[in-house]
Every structure is written in C-alpha cells, then in structure tokens.
Design a protein around this ligand. Sequence first.
Ligand code: H2B
Length: 96
Amino acid sequence: MAIPRLTETERDDALKGLSGWTLSEDGLAIEIELEFADFNEAFGFMARVALYADKADHHPEWFNVYNKVRVRLTTHDADGLSARDVAMAQFIDGIV
Ligand SMILES: C[C@H](O)[C@H](O)[C@H]1CNC2=NC(N)=NC(=O)C2=N1
C-alpha cells in the first residue's frame, strides 16, 4: 500500500515535536539511542514497541545490546519518512 512520504516541512515540524530523535544522514529516517537501567528494562521496552508495531503494521529497525536500544524509523513503502514513523516516535517518547 502506497503511504505518502512527508514533505521536508512536515518532517522538520514533526521533529520539533519529538524529543531526542535525530534525522538520519540520508534524510530517510529518524533515529534515537535509548539507555535503560538494565537488559530487563530494555527488553520490556522492546516488547511494548513490538505490540504497537504489530497493531500498527509498522515495524522499527532496531539494535539492542544489554541496556541500550538504538531505534531507526522509516517507511519502506514510502522510501522515506511517513506519518507512521512520527506516530511511532510519539508512542516511544511517551513510554521512556
Ligand atoms: C505487508 C506489510 O503490511 C508491509 O510490508 C508493512 C509492514 N511494516 C512496515 N514497516 C515499516 N517501517 N515500513 C513499511 O513500509 C512497512 N510495511
């Protein structure tokens, strides 16, 4: 399903409303590095995001080592950032 890509203005406005996220070098994704108390907390976070992702049919690209989780959000079907990425980032901001 084709999902519209955000315009540059929409993208920059969206980033202003998020906390801790940065635009990737290629401009196609937003990224964040999160640090938790321990692995248990980190994995619990990942479990919550996984349930959101499954429901939203929108999946993060992420990397976890012990208590750190790096999350990259992009919309493959849009070859760039879409509203789904912003919604997921807002969800993540709300639970960390
Ligand atoms: C078939 C399935 O609905 C699509 O592949 C969904 C799955 N999850 C997805 N996740 C992300 N990040 N981008 C997508 O374009 C996407 N598309």
